[in-house]
Ligand binder design. Sequence first.
Ligand code: FES
Ligand SMILES: [Fe+2]
Length: 378
Amino acid sequence: MQPPVAARPVRTTLPARYYTDPAHFRREVEHFFFTKWICAGRADQIPNRGDYFLRDVLGESIIVVRDDQPSTALAPGGSIHAMFNVCRHRGTRICETACGTFHGSIQCSYHAWTYDLNGRLIGAPHMDDVQGFDKRDFPLKRVGCEVWDGHIFINIAGAADPLRTQIGPLMEQFRPWRMEELRLVHRSVDEVKANWKLIIQNYNECLHCPVLHPLLNQMHHYLGAANAPSEATYCGGTMGFKEGIETLSRDGKLRRQYLPGLGAEEKGLVSYYSLYPNMLLTLHPDYMVTVTLWPKAVDRTELICEWHFHRDEIARPDFEFQDAIDFWEVTNREDWHISELSQAGISSRAYQPGPYSNRELLLWDFDQVVLRELGESS
Ligand code: FES
Ligand SMILES: [Fe+2]
């Protein structure tokens, strides 16, 4: 007779405070958004010297700018830098406009301290007669910045381990998609009334697909995910298509060429990866969708969804993309709304942690990442 199999304790969702307590939220974002690498945007948003955009990370304004240094092996995305938007004179926020072009230098509008595109202080009026003052001592404070296949990552702690230590194996795994050749075509920005982790939780499972996503459910079999083992810094998997489906579009039809680096297997699936803490990367046979998460409060998250297509396709006179926009606009709306309902329910006094099914273990794994990071147990 077989010995009885010991029953594993039921794995449950996290207590409410992880989703509702502002003090907990502050601690959590300090760990995840101020010390980890976070995806800030795409290199093709700032193609020319002096082009920049600002990123607000819970009140910290960061300038991401391209200077004119040539690309090197160490800085393969060209010379894109990130620095605090804080003047070294009396601390004023320097730049207010969300994106644009600096013409050779960055100047504070208060007393005209001026920095080059690298952040070096090059002009400081009325400081010449200050004994001991040396411009070299007052560059804009740098933020870690690395570019991976066109994605700009920043690290506000600055002195972090390289990006590779956070997402290393994905760098090789996603080479066939040649993401650096893709260009941003469309963006939508939504503020969702849900904790940032609920957005990740929702993305990490498809059990809800038949119930919530009539359109998406026509494309994949909802139990067909091939998940990779969870890692401490990311998780994900792939899903193949149902018979007759070629990509995620309004009708499942392909209206563009396959991305040029893909093999037969990759042409038949979608990769869904959560790169903790702020990037959802969805790779289709013919385009890429990224969602970046920007927590605003314990129960509020801004989501920037962007659609990227191959530059050669974009150049074609008959380039079509609306089918892909429509597909994800519909699906995102369903996901963002259910995440808001999750937040609302978890905020109720009636909420208590509920049991995960065996097909929701990526979510439980993510909970453990959060707990480990905070040195807690639920
Ligand atoms: S605070 Fe920026 S120049 Fe004075
Ligand atoms: Fe969904």
